[in-house]
Write a protein that binds this ligand. Structure first.
Ligand code: G3P
Length: 225
């Protein structure tokens, strides 16, 4: 997976469901193609397959359950994600926390199935624990800043810098993303300066009046770094 990456989580915002989700996905693709920056998306779960088939940028699942295909009403398997043509999955998002043992098992199975794993974490200790499982990415997001106006890169730059530092001591392979309150290119630039290999964001794009303009600015944060 090319880095730096700008990963847009569509969450369950009304602005990202159904046709509106597809439209936003196409805007992400347009900006990615024009800028050369990896802009990836995590559409709403019910739209995963539908959107995956219609865009060429990397598509992620917002969540996966540690289950094999079979009984498990309302759950999602890695096998289904793979069949939907998604590139990977978020794991343990702050809004959908998981047990440590399940996170480890999912990361292992992502490797077997050639899927990109993005383990979300809330602080440095949990980031270190997640890094031990050797996922593709650890995405650190202080929960209290999620959906807020102040970017993690301004409110708590140390959590980004120190997560990168501590994870480097564990593995040179695991890449670090940061998220919460990221809104513009300047925030992306700061994240990269702090050692992150990209950002995970939602409301800055999903709630924007003009997502195209915001996405172009975010991509410029990578280009101007
Ligand atoms: O998954 C990204 C997220 O939790 C951050 O959300 O709205 O602060 O960009 P937001």
């Amino acid at each position: 997976m090319k880095t730096p990456i700008i990963l847009i989580n569509f969450k369950i915002y009304d602005e990202t469901s159904g046709e509106k989700g597809l439209e936003l996905s196409r805007v992400c693709q347009k900006v990615s193609e024009k800028s050369g920056v990896n802009i990836s998306i995590a559409p709403q779960m019910v739209d995963l397959s539908y959107i995956s088939e219609k865009v060429s940028i990397p598509v992620f699942s917002q969540h996966v359950d540690n289950l094999k295909p079979g009984s498990g009403t309302g759950k999602t398997t890695l096998e289904s994600i793979k069949k939907s043509k998604a590139s990977g999955t978020l794991i343990n998002h702050s809004e959908n926390r998981m047990k440590l043992a399940d996170i480890e098992s999912i990361v292992d199975r992502c490797k077997e199935m050639d899927l990109v794993s993005v383990v979300c974490t809330n602080n440095i200790s949990v980031s270190k624990a997640a890094a031990m499982f050797d996922p593709t990415f650890v995405a650190v997001e202080p929960p209290e800043l999620i959906g807020g106006e102040i970017s993690v890169t301004d409110a708590d730059p140390d959590i980004v810098k120190n997560t990168v530092k501590q994870i480097r001591d564990i593995s040179s392979r695991v890449k670090v993303l940061c998220g919460a309150g990221i809104k513009n290119g300047e925030d992306v630039k700061k994240a990269i300066e702090l050692g992150a290999e990209g950002v995970l964001l939602a409301s800055g794009v999903t709630k924007a009046k003009n997502p195209l303009e915001i996405l172009e600015d975010l991509a410029n944060g990578v280009i101007n770094e």
